[in-house]
Design a protein around this ligand. Structure first.
Ligand SMILES: NC(=O)c1ccc[n+]([C@@H]2O[C@H](COP(=O)([O-])OP(=O)(O)OC[C@H]3O[C@@H](n4cnc5c(N)ncnc54)[C@H](OP(=O)(O)O)[C@@H]3O)[C@@H](O)[C@H]2O)c1
Length: 319
């Protein structure tokens, strides 16, 4: 089968399409013939080699999310899975004709959901849902999604809007992206520094931050009294270490600052929310925003688009 390996960390050109042996599922694993492969921000981070210290070695096959059909199962897995359409979290190994996943990370794919749509919200939808829950978001509250043009941000905007937010502000880099986000439920469009229309809320009850980086403390200052700030991603780098100073300085505002990782959510709970979101997608209550669909052999081009910052939503590879 074909697989895209990162032979050299750094530039997308270090990714090479190679012929490899189809893997055999081990205990508690399933083998999936891929029909769609999500290209996530984390794939780009791994490929750049900036987190090489975490043990990633050249030759790895990236790709944490696929949809397709189960072709084989390992010991301990119900054989009736074979032939079923599924979505799966693979951790690594997704950029290939076949990918392995642990059975607990495989969800059935409803008939009316395409594999491309499934890998667009299969991970990012639950991240957005549980990040808002972690912030104790409640109907009637105002929300700011910082870095809203990616798949997590888009899902957060839609979920907050449909969840009864009094307003959903977004940061984004262009008016055109702002209009697209408005169509998904955003009410106020701010630039990357948080500047926007005069009628934008002065303070937010909830800030979901996918950006991080040096400007993070300035956004902590945008919390309303009792506001909750949740760091979900860090596409602009790690926030500085002095964030708590801003909280202390505004002591009488009772603000909170937290991080959120999906890793802390039990896998069955993620699956329940994913199933609900696939159903919402089928009803048109949630949208999978696909930036582009490219053949597997164009993985490097997909990563170039990610590096150029031109992606709105998600890029999907198809074998
Ligand atoms: N917490 C979890 O459990 C979890 C799970 C999966 C992934 N993640 C994290 O989530 C992040 C990826 O999420 P994603 O795929 O939705 O994001 P993304 O598409 O990579 O980026 C989101 C948006 O942020 C804006 N942006 C990019 N660089 C920026 C900068 N330097 N300053 C300000 N804005 C910038 C861009 O929009 P504009 O150009 O419109 O501003 C971009 O579209 C990664 O950090 C990943 O590690 C977290």
């Amino acid at each position: 089968m074909r697989a895209v390996r990162v032979e050299q960390f750094g530039d997308p050109g270090g990714m090479v399409l190679t012929e490899v042996v189809v893997p055999t599922p081990g205990p508690d694993q399933m083998l999936i013939a891929t029909e769609a492969i999500g290209v996530g921000g984390v794939d780009a981070v791994i490929r750049r080699g900036t987190i090489g210290g975490l043990g990633f070695e050249p030759g790895l096959v990236p790709g944490s999310e696929v949809a397709g059909t189960v072709t084989a199962v390992g010991a301990g897995v119900d054989a009736s899975w074979v032939g079923r359409r599924v979505w799966a979290f693979t951790m690594l190994g997704g950029y290939a004709d076949h990918a392995l996943a642990r059975a607990e990370h495989v969800s059935p794919l409803p008939e009316n959901i395409t594999p491309v749509d499934a890998v667009t919200i299969g991970s990012s939808g639950p991240v957005a849902h549980f990040a808002l829950a972690h912030a104790h978001f409640a109907p009637g509250e105002s929300v700011l999604v910082r870095g809203a043009a990616g798949s997590i941000g888009i899902a957060a905007v839609e979920i907050a809007a449909r969840g009864g937010a009094s307003g959903v502000a977004v940061t984004t880099s262009s008016a055109e992206r702002g209009e697209r986000l408005r169509a998904l439920g955003a009410t106020h469009v701010l630039d990357r520094s948080g500047h926007g229309p005069q009628d934008a809320p002065a303070g937010y009850d909830v800030i979901v931050d996918i950006v991080g980086g040096p400007e993070t403390p300035d956004f902590v200052d945008r919390l309303a009294p009792n506001g909750r700030f949740v760091v979900v991603g860090a596409v602009a780098g790690m926030p500085p270490e002095d964030v708590s100073a801003r909280l202390i300085r505004a002591f009488r505002q009772s603000r909170s600052f937290a991080t959120f990782s999906l890793d802390t959510i039990p896998v069955p709970a993620r699956a329940v929310v994913r199933a609900e979101q696939f159903a919402a997608l089928g009803r048109g209550d949630l949208h999978a925003v696909v930036h582009d669909v490219l053949p597997l052999e164009k993985a490097a081009e997909a990563h170039r688009q990610m590096d150029d910052g031109t992606v709105f939503g998600r890029i999907v590879l198809v074998p």
